[in-house]
Design a protein around this ligand. Structure first.
Ligand SMILES: [Zn+2]
Length: 494
């Protein structure tokens, strides 16, 4: 409330300046045809945020959208970005690297190099930043020229933020000190491999901000920005806290949404996923009144940019590395096998029987499947992008009742069906009190909601990576353009 008179005073001053300016303009226009560009008052500082999130290693672009190099081209050509300008912040909402083979095969190292070349200022730590263990995250941090931030991760043992994680930074742009604070989704304890983050608590966002903001302010921050790996519903819930603490911007991530809005005096931005889009926010800050006077959020597509040479060279280098490592052709698809299709789900889960023919049932989460198989040659690289996580297959012993209880909407099933009753593929009913050999992945097992761990507390670790059966099965079929993989797919509902 204290802000209001200053706000009005500022606008009144601007209105007066504009009136005077227009009077002169009118006189000027009457004797020339040249267009007039309004002049900003000296005290008004213009800060521009370019924001992406959930990049997931898509440096080569996803279908219909540009590459990382082209996005950089758009930022230069359309957004006026260049290294010598001091009023830009390039920010990420996290989940930078788990995805296609060009990133996942190298545990995200390639993606960090790309983002270094794109001059990112800072990134929030997303749940998938932990996919290659804490050691993997620390290595990426060491290679990165920008910090990874989170203010709501606490060590269970000490209650402190882990020493290797910065909760915030102060970055000076256009002569203004900006406090940038990171947040990590509280779902991280089960949306990355739970074992990797078992020593951490992910605390309430508002609580974390309340705790850290006084410190950020005492470090001299004039504008506060929260970049969070949090969905739009959480962003909206945070507005009252942000407004109270003087945070002007809430950046999001995790849910791959496009957000460009304002709520009270706070701007909310989130830029989609896979570098397909970006959010932009123009902040006008009056350095005399020390207030943010305007917030202009918008969303833009990564389409039509000229590739930035430096970024393009890095991607090319990693394409060669990927091809060298994973260029082996293992099969052929005549048409795209879609990520969200019965053919895909049945294929992935049925392939486990190739490796474990003695299994009674195979069960995993559909969420572990991350992309389609495009038509044409199928390379190892495609399968790494399809199943990019470091998951291993476990063997469990469950009775029929327990097995049935573990079937839920997100679980894809092999060897069994729920259509017209709970039966095995050959039509034999699942007996409630009979014990069966059931296979799943360690990730699914470690999530209590999937219930597997409550029924078998001592599963056998096969140490087989969850992508290996699919690779071996596809290879065994010797598919080709005359006998494509599509001939072997099953589209029946389970
Ligand atoms: Zn995420």
């Amino acid at each position: 409330m204290q802000m209001m008179p200053k706000f009005f005073l500022h606008y009144f001053t601007r209105l007066m300046k504009l009136t005077i300016f227009l009077s002169f303009t009118f006189l000027y226009v009457s004797c020339t045809d040249k267009p007039i560009v309004p002049v900003q008052p000296e005290s008004d500082k213009n800060i521009i945020i370019l924001y992406t999130n959930d990049e997931h290693g898509w440096m080569e672009g996803s279908e219909g959208y540009g590459t990382a190099a082209e996005l950089m081209g758009i930022w230069r050509e359309t957004e006026g970005y260049s290294e010598d300008k001091d009023n830009y912040l390039i920010l990420s909402g996290g989940d930078m690297w788990t995805g296609p083979a060009i990133s996942t095969w190298f545990d995200g190292r390639s993606m960090v190099e790309v983002m270094n070349a794109m001059n990112y200022t800072a990134a929030a730590i997303g749940n998938h930043e932990f996919d290659f263990k804490i050691e993997g995250l620390k290595q990426r941090m060491a290679e990165s020229s920008f910090p990874f931030l989170s203010a709501n991760i606490r060590e269970k043992s000490s209650g402190q933020i882990p020493e290797y994680i910065k909760p915030y930074i102060i970055k000076e742009v256009a002569g203004i000190k900006i406090g940038i604070i990171g947040l990590t989704t509280i779902s991280t304890s089960f949306t990355t491999f739970p074992e990797y983050v078992k020593d951490y608590n992910f605390i309430d966002y508002a609580e974390a901000l309340e705790e850290i903001v006084p410190q950020v302010k005492s470090d001299g921050a004039e504008i506060l920005i929260s970049i969070g790996h949090i969905c739009s519903s959480d962003m909206t819930s945070l507005v009252p806290t942000a407004s109270k603490l003087g945070i002007s911007v809430i950046g999001g991530g995790h849910c791959n949404q496009l957000v460009a809005s304002k709520s009270s005096d706070v701007a909310l931005i989130q830029g989609g996923t896979r570098l397909e889009n970006y959010a932009k926010l123009e902040i006008i800050y009056n350095s005399e009144t020390k207030t943010v006077t305007e917030l202009l959020p918008s969303i833009h597509d990564n389409i039509g940019g000229s590739p930035d040479a430096a970024v393009e060279a890095i991607v090319k280098y990693w394409r060669t590395q990927t091809d060298n490592a994973l260029s082996e052709v293992i099969g052929y698809a005549s048409t795209t096998i879609e990520r969200y299709s019965r053919e895909m789900w049945n294929m992935v889960i049925d392939s486990w029987f190739y490796t474990f023919p003695y299994a009674d049932a195979t069960m995993t989460n559909a969420g572990g499947i991350r992309q389609s198989i495009p038509a044409g040659d199928i390379t190892l690289s495609t399968i790494v992008g399809l199943l990019p996580f470091n998951n291993s297959i476990l063997q469990l012993e469950l009775n029929g009742e327990e097995l049935i209880d573990c079937i839920n909407y997100d679980i894809i099933i092999g060897g069994i069906t729920t259509v017209g009753g709970y039966n095995f593929a050959d039509g034999t009913p699942i007996e409630l009190q009979t014990n069966y050999s059931v296979f799943t992945i360690d990730y699914v097992y470690s999530i209590p909601e999937y219930k597997f761990s409550s029924y078998d507390t001592d599963p056998y670790t096969t140490s087989v990576h969850y992508r290996q059966p699919l690779i071996d099965w596809i290879k065994s079929l010797n598919t080709s353009s005359s006998d494509p993989l599509n001939n072997y797919l099953d589209s029946t509902p389970r």
